[in-house]
Design a protein around this ligand. Structure first.
Ligand code: AMP
Length: 275
């Protein structure tokens, strides 16, 4: 099976790391490599531009590929999203100079909007007059080329540095695994493996000991996938509670559990989550 991997940019390394965490054993490609084999699976990685990946997948040159959702939409390729990969998160946003009167996306009717996403901008802002630029989009208002821009934003610091403020999100994006309309069984299986890794990365396994008097309160605090496992300990009046919790909740959850009387709290990473 052939999988297209972005040859450069911010999606390249996280994609190779995903192949690694999925257990495929990709041979680390050198900077100039065009392809790399995997040690543990009959999978070949082809390093191509992220922009070209939707077309390669659509045309069947490769069996599947990793690229940004924004790129898939911008290229207008007829492909299937097989899995969301949880990295490369960003949003396509409309932004204006700080001093502009524009407050909302609706105010951009008839405005000149600079973008390197002409297709998406036309689809999402049909009443704007688009100015096509390639790179340094943030400069366009300062150069007097446009009243606003449509560009990808993740932290918002590039906008701030350039004296711009967002007036609205047009599209949320992240990296995706895509396949052709009728994907091969192997590509669907790989999507399942990737999902199990992506889900596991977003979760942690929590173990703790709870005195019987606070067991109910502690179980109520732990969301878990389903219900937590409650296991009697050798010591009378104590139970162990095991549960899977969202990684993003951990910072809030642990002090609450401690305050509720939980002891010996352990938190460990997960490799895979299925079912
Ligand atoms: P690059 O090759 O580094 O330009 O990355 C291209 C892709 O990375 C974009 O099409 C997005 O899917 C994703 N991405 C994630 N965050 C950002 C960001 N802040 N700016 C641009 N692209 C981003």
């Amino acid at each position: 099976m052939r999988i297209a991997v972005p040859s450069k940019g911010r999606l390249r390394e996280p994609t190779i790391e995903l192949l690694q965490d999925a257990g495929l054993g990709p041979e680390t490609p050198g900077d100039r490599a065009l392809a790399f084999p995997c040690r543990n699976a009959p999978v070949e990685g082809l390093l191509v531009r992220a922009d070209d990946i939707p077309e390669y997948v659509q045309d069947g040159v490769v069996d599947c590929g990793v690229t940004g959702m924004d790129i898939v939409r911008e290229r207008g390729a007829d492909v299937l999203e097989l899995a969301r990969l949880g990295f490369g998160a960003c949003s396509l946003e409309a932004a204006v100079p700080n001093e502009s009167d524009v407050q909302r996306v609706e105010d951009l009717k008839g405005a000149r909007v600079a973008t390197s996403f002409p297709r998406l901008a036309h689809e999402l802002l049909p009443d704007a007059e688009l100015v096509d630029v390639h790179g340094s989009v943030e400069l366009a208002p300062r150069l007097g080329l446009a009243d606003a821009i449509v560009d990808l934003v993740s932290s918002g610091s590039t906008l701030r540095t350039n004296g711009l403020r967002s007036v609205g999100v047009l599209l949320e994006s992240q990296a995706v695994l895509i396949g052709p309309r009728e994907p091969h069984e192997e590509a669907v299986q790989l999507a399942g493996v990737f999902k199990s890794v992506v889900d596991a990365r977003a979760a942690r396994y929590l173990m703790l000991n709870a005195p019987d008097e606070s067991l109910a309160q502690i179980c109520a605090l732990v969301p878990g996938s389903g219900s937590p496992s409650v296991i009697p300990l050798a010591e009378q009046g104590m139970h162990a509670v095991h549960s899977v919790v969202p990684a993003e909740d951990v910072w809030r959850l642990l002090p609450q559990l401690e305050a509720a009387g939980a002891t010996s709290i352990l938190l460990v990473p997960l490799e895979r989550m299925l079912g």
